[in-house]
Design a protein around this ligand. Structure first.
Ligand SMILES: [Fe+2]
Ligand SMILES: [Fe+2]
Length: 243
């Protein structure tokens, strides 16, 4: 195939139906879409096992336990969905890299869990919103299918965060969790200068720079934290250099 290689100015504009079609586009395309899929394979599994599954034990009422079970089940389901796409593409080492720094957050309370769903899952929504337009159709369709569940996780967290923030005795703990989790989440979007992100944009897999995605998350999470929960938002930067 002698089509000119896509550039940032003229990104790849075709739709890629399946794994065989991705292979036909070429190894650079497979590598780029494979990296995006692999990061979701890792993050969904790590999040489910270090946050959502332990949260079932932190929930105090049968209804909250039932909802925590449902969320954990859905997050493991997200992992399996991305894992299936990774398998179709022939990725064998999707789980070999380290998960993101946000997973080093040590979850010990139900308050932290509900704030985490409101903040960290909002970051996942920001990333998945972009994949709904992605050139690789299996990834586009999976993002469309999973987004309603991610939005449910965010609203589950947001409703409870707002309720808890109204209780004077608990409010400082909520604010502390917000301060920590917003800062933990920012690296989730990658470095400001990223050759991976450039490849994703050249191949039509993503449309935004990492800083643009981070700025979108900051805007939306600040609107929730300040505008809806009446809390303060930490002083953060839209850029991140990896340190
Ligand atoms: Fe998820
Ligand atoms: Fe989620």
């Amino acid at each position: 195939m002698n089509a000119p290689l896509p550039t940032l100015e003229r990104p790849f504009a075709s739709e890629v139906l399946d794994a065989a079609a991705a292979q036909a586009v070429g190894p650079e395309y497979v590598a780029a879409v494979g990296k995006v899929i692999a990061s979701h394979v890792r993050n969904e599994l790590t999040g489910a096992s270090v946050f959502d599954e332990p949260a079932i034990a932190l929930a105090t009422t049968p209804r909250e336990k039932w909802l925590a079970c449902r969320i954990a089940m859905e997050e493991y389901g997200h992992h399996l969905g991305f894992q299936r796409l990774a398998g179709d593409l022939g990725l064998v080492d999707a789980l070999s890299r380290q998960p993101l720094s946000v997973f080093e957050f040590e979850l010990t309370t139900w308050v932290e869990f509900v704030v985490l769903k409101a903040i960290v899952d909002l970051a996942e929504v920001v990333l998945m919103d972009e994949l709904v337009e992605c050139s690789y159709l299996p990834l586009r369709h999976l993002a469309r299918k999973l987004l309603p569940e991610e939005r449910f996780h965010v609203s589950f967290g947001a409703v409870r965060t707002k309720e808890l923030a109204l209780q004077p005795a608990i409010r400082p703990e909520v604010q502390r969790a917000v301060d920590q989790l917003v800062v933990f989440t920012l690296p989730f979007f990658g470095r400001s200068s990223s050759s991976n992100n450039e490849a994703f944009r050249r191949w039509g897999i993503k449309s935004r720079t990492n800083d643009e995605s981070r700025a979108e998350f900051i805007e939306r999470s600040r609107a929730f934290v300040v505008g809806e929960a009446g809390l303060t938002y930490p002083d953060v930067s839209v850029t991140w250099d990896g340190s």
